[in-house]
Design a binder for this molecule. Structure first.
Ligand SMILES: *Cc1c(COP(=O)(O)O)cnc(C)c1O
Length: 398
């Protein structure tokens, strides 16, 4: 287990700082500032997570689902946070860090708009000038999130050509930061990018796993048999798993977007079907072809639609601490419906990936261990209000 990456930001061979000279100074300053902020800013961070974010989030015993599946199932309710997902944990922390560094401007990248809206939220609250880069195609598809960001006082800038997506947005954000780092913080949305971002975002999201640990011990008197979380860039899963990495008896499953099929271009399962390469300043698993060209990605959930994954996950995959598995769009939609019906909780499509795999895992477990009920925790990374339109179209076949 790596307490924190070594000074160059490596998790085993993964991670690092593959960036232009222009960014090196900014990354070093950021690392130094965060080390100081960690000591002096913790109290204010905890206060804001509680007062503004709504923490601690509940660990909810899902009695109906438990009975249905023949297991003890707990849901970590990140869907109940302000703005509807775990993303608020990260933006509150980096917002306070921005203030600590004396900067007045933040920039962020966004795919479907979830991190963009979270960054815009913290920009409004803390009075930062806020700019969000978003692929031009994503802007068209997610018009309402663009409006939300505008409502929160954020300027949204289109990235790439007409087909521009998240990758183009990250590139633009890095370019902006290279020129404006003296007064601008790049508020990265997941455990991706060059060191120190994967480490900072993991630290900020680890509140999920720390709370879960205390809550499950209080409820059950022991640690769970298994943890499940979806993996896009990998921040909600990293936040859930990290405080349990020393506990080998707790199995950990990171669930990736298996999309329509495992054929190239039809999924976003970087760990399952990718290979190591460099993207956005870090060495990590990517979906790419033999020449190292990034392949197109697809997932029914926009939040998992990213060709790479945080470098620490690549490390955890190779050393076997976490198992990574894909789940298809179809299985995801079924899980989305099942949780809605069983518990009256509509999950985000991203989170529904974790639910779908947990169900398969429980079935296999009870098959192998007759008469035994495993006790598990599923991280419900967000709520599904944003997804009902999409699911309606899919279910009605349009
Ligand atoms: C953004 C998002 C994700 C994917 O991001 P990670 O960094 O992998 O956590 C998952 N779930 C929800 C609800 C999201 O908004």
């Amino acid at each position: 287990m790596v307490k924190r990456p070594d000074t160059m930001g490596y998790f085993g061979k993964f991670g690092g700082r593959f960036v232009s000279e222009l960014l090196l100074g900014a990354l070093e300053d950021l690392e130094k500032s965060y080390l100081q902020f960690r000591k002096s800013g913790q109290k204010e961070l905890n206060r804001m997570l509680s007062e503004y974010g709504g923490r601690p989030s509940r660990l909810y015993y899902a009695a109906n689902l438990s009975q249905k599946w023949g297991a003890k199932i707990y849901l970590k309710r990140e869907d109940m946070n302000h703005t509807g997902s775990h993303k608020i944990n990260n933006v509150i922390g980096q917002g306070l860090l921005t203030r600590f560094m004396g900067k007045k401007r933040i920039i962020a990248e966004t795919g479907a708009g979830q991190h963009g809206v979270a960054a815009a939220t913290i920009g409004a609250l803390m009075g930062f000038e806020t700019v969000v880069y978003m692929g031009k195609e994503d802007m068209r598809r997610q018009e309402l999130n663009v409006f939300r960001m505008n409502l929160l006082g954020t300027k949204v800038i289109g990235s790439g050509d007409e087909n521009g997506t998240l990758r183009d947005a990250v590139n633009d954000a890095l370019r902006d930061w290279a020129h404006n780092a003296d007064h601008t913080h790049y508020l990265v949305g997941s455990v991706i990018g060059p060191h120190p971002f994967p480490w900072i975002v993991r630290e900020l999201q680890s509140v999920i796993g720390k709370e879960t640990r205390a809550q499950i011990v209080k409820a059950e008197g022991r640690l769970p048999d298994a943890l499940f979380a979806c993996v896009g860039g990998g921040s909600n899963s990293m936040g859930m798993f990290y405080p349990f990495l020393g506990d080998k008896e707790v199995r950990k499953y990171g669930v990736e977007a298996g999309g329509k099929s495992m054929k190239s271009g039809e999924h976003a399962a970087a760990l399952e079907a990718g290979s190591p390469g460099i993207l956005h300043g870090a060495l990590t698993y990517l979906v790419q072809d033999k020449e190292g060209m990034i392949s197109p990605v697809h997932s029914v959930s926009a939040g998992l639609d990213y060709p790479g994954v945080g470098p620490e996950h690549s490390y955890l995959k190779e050393n076997g601490d976490v198992q990574y598995v894909p789940v298809s769009d179809k299985e995801t939609i079924a899980a989305f419906q099942e949780l809605s019906l069983a518990e009256g909780i509509i999950p985000a499509l991203e989170s529904a990936h974790a639910i779908a795999y947990a169900k398969k895992w429980v079935a296999e477990y009870t098959d192998k261990n007759p008469g035994q009920e495993p006790m598990i925790v599923i991280n419900l990374s967000g709520r599904g209000d944003k997804d009902v339109h999409e699911v309606k179209d899919i279910l009605s076949g349009t």
